[in-house]
Design a protein around this ligand. Structure first.
Ligand code: ZN
Length: 313
């Protein structure tokens, strides 16, 4: 059972919405934040006010969060960050915390820590990002994260979180018939052919099967309708796209460089994504029904973000 539990966690890829509202917390919705669990790593995308309380409510073991990505410096996307950094400190965190954002974010963090005379007990590693570029900013054997330049009132980028391919699976019938030394398993899983004691060659393609296809998630925090992102996010399994307004407020959306639900759906359709989740709903919408209906007319496989909702990829 322990092995099964470990396996499920190493392959799990899920997104939990911690905040689905726009600038003002209202209607039971926190400002933007999402937790991504990927191959046993926890990543936080944005950290609006209230994120800590939502984490406490919906996520066990918050000290496991290793990376935090901040899309831009509007308060509803990062006013919860220093509070979270501080709580990790008070809880005696040991592991490094990696924070990704525009260079100005580091100034803000440093200033707040300086004037509260806080010397963190754990390493905080800040990584500058350039929101105008689509580039890989984190990569390891399990996943990678890439930026998505967005079009908003201040420099803003979204993020793609993507699995790295797993190793190949060795066929059971091969293991049962051939005499395979245990130390050959890893090489075969990495793609090598097998040569037995008599010199007989077993091509890798005949003794292994493909690993599961990798999945990816795109998070587009705040943006106006912006077609250049289509090529960057093409084919992702799940897309989150902001939908601050319904169609009657198209003019406001344009002026404030936000998107309507229909525009989010048009982006999803053009990019050929698997599913769409919309969020960042203006406080004027008590119920996102109208936004959902408008999006579904264009892209039927759309769901509305709710605080606490977990979506498995
Ligand atoms: Zn914004």
């Amino acid at each position: 059972l322990g092995v099964l539990f470990y396996y499920l966690h190493t392959v799990r890829f899920a997104v939990t919405i911690l905040g689905s509202g726009a600038a003002i917390p209202a209607n039971g919705r926190n400002p933007s934040s999402q937790l991504v669990e990927i191959r046993n790593h926890l990543l936080l995308l944005d950290c609006g006010e209230g994120t800590q309380m939502a984490l406490r409510k919906f996520v066990p073991g918050i000290q496991r969060i290793s990376h935090i990505f901040i899309s831009h410096l509007h308060g509803d996307h990062f006013y919860g960050l220093v509070g979270l950094i501080s709580s990790f400190h008070l809880l005696g965190r040991i592991n490094p915390l990696h924070i990704y954002g525009v260079p100005e974010l580091k100034e803000i963090i440093d200033l707040q820590l300086k004037h509260s005379r806080t010397e963190l007990v754990y390493p905080l590693e800040f990584h500058e990002i350039d929101p105008d570029k689509a580039e890989i900013i984190v990569e390891n054997e399990h996943f990678f994260v890439k930026t998505i330049p967005l079009n908003h009132r201040i420099p803003t980028c979204g993020f793609i979180v993507s699995e790295k391919p797993l190793k190949r699976n060795i066929r059971k019938d091969f293991v049962n018939t051939a005499d395979v030394p245990v130390n050959s398993f890893e090489k075969i899983r990495a793609g090598a052919d097998f040569v037995d004691a008599d010199g007989k060659v077993y091509p890798n393609s005949s003794i292994t099967t493909d690993p599961p296809r990798t999945k990816s998630y795109a998070y587009c925090s705040d943006t106006t309708y912006h077609e250049p992102i289509v090529n960057i996010i093409r084919g992702v399994n799940l897309l989150y796209h902001e939908a601050t307004f319904a169609n009657d407020k198209q003019k406001d959306a344009k002026e404030k460089l936000h998107a309507t639900a229909r525009e989010a759906a048009r982006i999803a359709l053009q990019a050929g994504v698997g599913r769409l989740v919309i969020g960042h709903f203006s406080a004027r919408y008590r119920d996102p029904e109208i936004l959902l209906d408008e999006a579904r007319e264009i892209f039927p496989d759309t769901i509305a973000a709710e605080d606490g909702l977990t979506i498995e990829l």
